[in-house]
Design a protein around this ligand. Sequence first.
Ligand SMILES: *[C@@H]1O[C@H](CO)[C@@H](O)[C@H](O)[C@H]1NC(C)=O
Ligand SMILES: *[C@@H]1O[C@H](CO)[C@@H](O)[C@H](O)[C@H]1NC(C)=O
Ligand SMILES: *[C@@H]1O[C@H](CO)[C@@H](O)[C@H](O)[C@H]1NC(C)=O
Ligand SMILES: *[C@@H]1O[C@H](CO)[C@@H](O)[C@H](O)[C@H]1NC(C)=O
Length: 392
Amino acid sequence: MNHTIIALILLTISITNTNCKHINGTLEDKRLNFTGFALKYAGAVAEYDVTTEDGYILKLFRIPGDKTKPVLLMHGLLCSSNDFIIRGNDSLAITLAHAGYDVWLSNYRGNMHSRRHHTRNPDTDASFWRFGPYEHGYYDLATSIDFVLNKTKERSLSLIGHSEGMLITYILGAERPEYNDKIKIVIALAPACHLEQISLRLPKIEQIGSILINFLKLHNIEEFLGFNTVSGKMLRNFCSDRFLGNDMCRQFFLFAFGFDPEGLEPSFIPTIFNNFPAGTSRQNIEHSIQFISSGKFKQFDYGPITNFIKYGSEVPPEHDLKKVTMKMYIIAAKNDKLSVIEDNGLQAKELPNVEEYIIIENELFNHMDFIWGRHTPKLLHYRILEILKKYN
Ligand SMILES: *[C@@H]1O[C@H](CO)[C@@H](O)[C@H](O)[C@H]1NC(C)=O
Ligand SMILES: *[C@@H]1O[C@H](CO)[C@@H](O)[C@H](O)[C@H]1NC(C)=O
Ligand SMILES: *[C@@H]1O[C@H](CO)[C@@H](O)[C@H](O)[C@H]1NC(C)=O
Ligand SMILES: *[C@@H]1O[C@H](CO)[C@@H](O)[C@H](O)[C@H]1NC(C)=O
């Protein structure tokens, strides 16, 4: 395969891409940003810039509701707050807002909303991009929780995390155990942490991953699929193209995370790619590949020498799930090809305070359906509302 030719094709499509001119509910949503969605469907929105202990400036969105019932939504890898709202009335954020909750959505360092730091410039300082799940959990999540509690004057909040959003919640609970008490209930959607089964099913991930990571390092690419980077824009424009990219990307994402053509209809694909991928650091991607290839929930592997300097041992330490004492519900999907139910089952056994482990009764529901799927209201949201009601 000649990469130059592929790049040229993508470029041509992204330049010539002309979107449908008819204005229609779906097409209008295709152009909205978070603020636009919140105003259209909930009538109100607030945004805050919040600074972490180590100087990153994060964007927190809020759809104001009953202050005594704050719910914090934490997105997954390469995602953002937007992914929780792009389904409009059928999205989780709007559903919670309509049910009266005070809905807060964080954006981790490095994504399109949180690409800022007090001293480091993301465009010129490689040091800006030295972060991964550990920093997301230890700093970004902790800062977001404290900010919400301070604003609402509450002692604890409800948290809903999807995929890496849960992985970082486990890191926070394990590494800063005092935060367990600030969370009254967690609803874990397709949580990822130690991916033992998936590591067996993807034996080549280490090889393929290292080709990708080495390529990025060779070209000094620190930001991975950033929203406004050339690669990010090309991918998004290509995937929004209704003649070619739309279906290819739909197939690709469906096949990668579980096949559910019903849950992700073609007309919704442009809306997804108007918001996703939101960008992250190369290190975050590298660490995610390590989680899959090792099947272990451990800190970033720098190689034996640096590991010894950083951690005092040649192999990175594992996070102790026993310290994650927050009360939680785990919700898994049978057709999830990333956070597979066997791994979720192990997690549910190992975590000390799991109230209930729920498997969604549908054969096709999968990893991305949790946030983007058309059938979330009847398969997922009613359960979430039932659970939240018990604790709020
Ligand atoms: C507009 O939306 C309707 C359904 O809501 C759909 O059937 C129709 O194809 C859409 N029009 C265009 C031009 O996409
Ligand atoms: C969202 O879109 C609105 C209207 O197009 C625009 O005024 C606003 O600046 C955008 N907000 C962000 C954060 O991009
Ligand atoms: C969204 O739901 C609200 C409240 O149920 C309703 O008033 C509104 O018309 C809905 N909007 C759309 C575009 O369906
Ligand atoms: C809480 O908010 C008050 C005023 O809004 C501020 O002075 C204080 O520093 C905040 N505390 C924390 C821990 O953020």
